[in-house]
Design a protein around this ligand. Structure first.
Ligand code: ATP
Length: 523
């Protein structure tokens, strides 16, 4: 594991994982480019997520929406009014920073917070100067659509991919043959004008997200359908197939478990991240629960991704602001409600009202909600697992990085730098080496293997230098297998396959190699 970002970022630059954006012009804070190895790693991370979340499931459909959308979307979602960080500036050195991050900056500098005045406001962590009063700063990037630079043409680069999913909910529902419970997933660029982009790619201004909105029935609908709602207290089996009688709490925990499985599968061991359950006073007003999966980065424990139970807030907001119904019609629910007599319906309404009132909600709204349920109609609730591609890549790079001293002689260290990526995300899956470049038969066979493999995987051809040097180059790139074609290969068609982590070598035929690679790469 990387103990600091310095050596890791040097390797990433040297080997073509990550560069500063616009570097020849001095770079831009918060913007990063992925080089040849970085772009492969990124594609693999995204493909793994898509496979795990969309293709590998029957109950999730995909979406690829635009980055610029109608500005009313951001009014409805609350981003225009509230997507802001408290910004403060040092009156002395003029540095801008997020007021809520001053303590983090001090912690990184290993200094104790120094109250600037008796009210307890902090002084500048860089020069000790007085800070201005924090002011909210909206993080959305503005742009103009069309040739006329007028406020009426203002639009925004999306600060998250999720809102397009809500805005297209009815279209996907109508065209995907899905019924609630089901999810819509999207991956793509998001933009946030972060006040202080920091910690390498961790907090960038342009980044990618992988988000799922998983729509579920309100618990009241589950109650009508099944006569009960399964909660976590019932100890449901979260590893088996999903169940129709699960309530929101179980769906939420199910998705937390799914996300952990995914992180394990791409190479993050469970013991290196924690589930942080937000406390009631930390939750957004509409959220019922939110878990942050936090990873132990070299700069401290930080959010890798979040899984939130967001009630029906988002679809209801879009229903209100667009005037378009975001309800679904759930026939099994209507059929179940038909079986309830008047007394049962009355009791159900009263119970629901009491529950809603205990959560500070309106009893009249509760009654309207129940009457719609009896018709089989409701606005779905949603569970949102939301992950950052770049943050996960950074975690995988930190996790995989190792400087191993292979020498037993303390006077002569022999350090190999390795990226222990899971084969599933490794940028290069295999490197093919003819042992002796001058040997025509070896070159021909090695080239044949390379050509065949390159039709299936991203593979590398390398004839330069001693075999040990070639291995080391691939170790630094995180390549799991190096295939060497030698004299024996030209006689019996087998070759040596050297495994990156154990450095052990075994002889295999082409068919055996393919079977092994497919097994390790399958999701
Ligand atoms: P933070 O508190 O770190 O700013 P957040 O809680 O605002 O993050 P969300 O809005 O929940 O983050 O976004 C979901 C995910 O998107 C995050 O968990 C993270 O992986 C990723 N993400 C958010 N902001 C950034 C950023 N500026 N740079 C890189 N990834 C980001």
């Amino acid at each position: 594991m990387a103990s600091s970002l310095d050596a890791l970022s040097a390797l990433c630059k040297r080997r073509g994982f990550i560069y500063h954006s616009s570097e020849i012009y001095g770079g831009m804070p918060g913007f990063w480019d992925y080089g040849p190895l970085g772009s492969e790693l990124k594609a693999n991370v995204k493909q793994a997520w898509w496979q795990f979340t969309v293709r590998g499931r029957e109950d999730v459909a995909g979406l690829d929406a635009t980055i610029i959308m109608h500005p009313k979307i951001w009014k409805a979602s609350g981003h225009l009014d509230t997507f802001a960080d408290p910004m403060t500036m040092c009156k002395e050195c003029k540095k801008l920073m997020r007021a809520d991050q001053i303590e983090d900056i001090l912690a990184e500098q290993k200094k104790k917070p120094v109250p600037h005045n008796p009210e307890g406001t902090l002084s500048c962590p860089y020069c000790g100067g007085e800070m201005t009063e924090p002011k909210p700063f909206n993080l959305m990037f503005k742009t103009v659509v069309g040739p006329i630079d007028d406020p009426s043409n203002t639009a925004y680069l999306r600060p998250e991919t999720a809102q397009a999913i809500f805005a297209q909910f009815q279209n996907v529902l109508a065209t995907s043959r899905q019924t609630v419970p089901f999810g819509i997933a999207q991956m793509g660029k998001s933009f946030r004008n972060e006040v202080t982009p920091r910690n390498y790619t961790f907090r960038s201004r342009e980044f990618e997200q992988m988000e799922l909105e998983f729509f579920i029935r309100p618990d009241e609908a589950v109650e009508i359908l099944h006569g009960h709602v399964v909660t976590l207290a019932d100890n449901p089996d979260l590893n088996g197939p999903v169940q129709d009688d699960w309530g929101w709490e179980v769906w939420h925990k199910y998705w937390v478990e799914q996300r952990k499985k995914f992180l394990n599968a791409v190479g993050l061991p469970t013991e290196h991240f924690v589930e942080y359950w937000q406390k009631p006073d930390e939750l957004a007003h509409y959220a019922r629960a939110c878990v942050d999966i936090e990873y132990d980065f070299p700069f401290g424990r930080q959010e890798l991704e979040g899984i939130a139970a967001r009630s029906d807030f988002d679809l209801s907001q879009h229903q209100k602001h667009s005037g378009e119904s975001q309800m679904v019609f759930d026939d099994p629910l209507k059929q179940a409600a038909k079986k309830m007599d008047e007394a049962a319906r009355k009791a159900f309404i009263e119970k629901t009202q009491a529950d809603w009132v205990s959560r500070g909600k309106d009893p009249i709204e509760a009654e309207k909600f129940c009457l719609a349920l009896f018709e089989g109609k409701y606005v779905p609730h949603v569970i949102e697992p939301s992950a950052g591609v770049d943050r996960l890549m950074l975690a995988l790079l930190c996790e995989g990085y190792e400087e191993q001293n292979l020498s037993e002689d303390p006077a002569k260290p022999d350090v190999r730098t390795v990226l222990h990526f899971s084969p599933k995300v490794a940028p290069i899956k295999a490197a093919i080496f003819p042992l002796i470049k001058k040997d025509e038969a070896q070159m021909k066979l090695a080239r044949e293997i390379f050509t065949k493999l390159s039709k299936k995987f991203n593979v590398m051809w390398d004839t330069a230098g001693a075999i040990g040097r070639r291995y080391r180059r691939q170790d630094e790139a995180g390549t799991p297998w190096c295939i060497t074609v030698d004299e024996q290969s030209t006689q019996d068609g087998t070759f040596t396959v050297r495994e990156r982590d154990s450095m052990t070598q075994s002889r295999m035929s082409y068919a055996e190699l393919l079977a092994m690679m497919y097994e390790k790469l399958e999701f």
